[in-house]
Design a protein around this ligand. Structure first.
Ligand SMILES: Cc1ncc(COP(=O)(O)O)c(C=O)c1O
Length: 407
């Protein structure tokens, strides 16, 4: 089992006070904190290896290129992709999904075609499909959720038909914490000839992901939620799909041959990496992966299961607190969204802030889900490998205090 108190010491930001109280960081679903090793990797890159990649014929540039491509290998192994050509670096989950919507979507979606999403999608995995559907006069359909916040998978059969080109679905909900049964969903979609894109922003940081086993067509995630820096993300795509897709952005590096009349495209993955990439961010994402591997993804998942079970038990015992999402930890990650009576979530967040507790209040970029739940906003506490039981005890104390003050 994980010793979170020991792990915390690796994260300099967590060892400070906020509003005179020891900081309790419960907003890892928004962005994770960074271990010293990742911070050092960024510094080390700029101090000793900084040069542009793939271009220089000199040693320093070769060194930077080796570090950059080495990180790609780490990502490939981490999510068990078949080859490094299938790993495209982007700015984050949002850009990865937009890349697919612009490139694959504009090539493959026609008037009258259908795209399926779910009611629990983050706007990053909804707006690109709404834009595409509008442009192409395609139809967007939603897999509904039940009152516990789980997908009504049985509805999928009636949504799929011969016009369904794509199913875009989150692996883990950023509000409900639900882990969707992807294997079953992907098998159903594929037997209908439908491609599947998975938003893995809340999955890759927390559980062991095997894209080859899942057999999804595209898988997107962000570095900053998995101990890495901001500004770097990943798109995994099946090679044959990526090869058939036109470029997303034009510029340096992504071309093979350019004439006045036109251009030919570089090999994968460079075809999709136009311009100078965030090199230090890629390299330090590799360091974040080393750190996660050192702890073990299975251990991280077990740790979060323990935390969510503990939090659910304690919070359900407080009268007047409504929790959204499943009340059993089974298939639920370390995300706890709730409301306290009629108190506005922003007021709750302010009281928590006075206690040094950082949590998120709002719609968490999931307005369709909040409409389905019949509320405008929730308070969200989210956990990670450095969260321990004492953090949850402080959360419980703050909930009780907010109730006392505001109810
Ligand atoms: C489920 C989900 N998808 C997509 C995103 C967007 O990630 P990014 O802002 O890193 O592109 C988030 C971020 O909160 C998320 O939780």
């Amino acid at each position: 089992m994980i010793d979170a108190a020991k792990i915390k010491k690796d994260f300099p930001l967590l060892n400070q006070k906020m509003n005179g109280q020891p900081l309790v960081y419960l907003d890892s679903a928004a962005t994770s904190q960074k271990p010293q090793a990742v911070i050092d990797a960024i510094k080390d890159f700029y101090e000793r290896h900084n040069a542009n990649i793939h271009r220089g014929i000199y040693r320093l540039s070769e060194e930077a290129t080796e570090l950059y491509e080495g990180a790609r290998e780490k990502v490939q192994k981490f999510i068990r992709a078949k080859e490094t050509k299938e790993i495209i670096f982007t700015r984050g989950t949002t850009e990865s999904i937009n890349l697919v919507a612009y490139s694959w979507g504009r090539q493959n979606i026609e008037k009258g075609d259908e795209i399926i999403v779910t009611e629990m999608e983050h706007h990053s995995n909804l707006i690109p499909w709404q834009l595409l559907a509008k442009e192409k006069e395609a139809v967007l359909k939603f897999i509904p959720i039940d009152d516990e916040g789980r997908l009504k998978i049985t509805k999928l059969d009636s949504l799929l038909n011969k016009k369904t080109r794509l199913l875009a679905i989150t692996h883990v909900s950023n509000v409900l914490g639900v882990v969707n049964p992807l294997k079953e969903i992907i098998t159903k979609a594929h037997s209908n000839g439908t491609r599947v894109l998975v938003d893995g922003a809340q999955a890759v940081p927390h559980l062991s992901v095997d894209v080859s086993e899942l057999d999804c067509d595209f898988y997107a995630f962000s570095g900053h939620k998995m101990l890495g820096p901001t500004g770097i993300g990943v798109l995994h795509g099946k090679r044959e799909l990526l090869e058939a897709m036109p470029p997303f952005m034009g510029g340096g590096e992504m071309i093979k041959e350019v004439t006045k009349e036109g251009a030919t495209w570089n090999e994968l993955p460079t075809k999709f990496e136009a311009g100078t990439m965030p090199i230090a961010q890629v390299v330090s994402l590799g360091t974040a992966i080393d750190y996660l591997n050192g702890i073990g993804m299975e251990n991280i998942w077990q740790h979060e299961q323990m935390l969510i079970a503990y939090a659910l038990e304690k919070v359900t015992a407080i009268p007047g607190v409504k929790i959204y999402g499943p009340l059993k930890p089974k298939d639920k990650g370390g995300v706890l969204s709730f409301n306290i009576g009629e108190i506005h979530p922003h007021d709750i967040a302010s009281i928590f802030d006075e206690e040094g507790i950082a949590i998120r209040a709002g719609h968490h970029c999931a307005q369709v889900l909040h409409r389905r739940l019949g509320i405008p906003a929730t308070v969200r506490a989210s956990f990670y490998l450095y969260t321990d039981q004492s953090d949850i005890d402080k959360l419980i104390g703050a909930i009780k205090k907010a109730k006392q003050l505001l109810l």
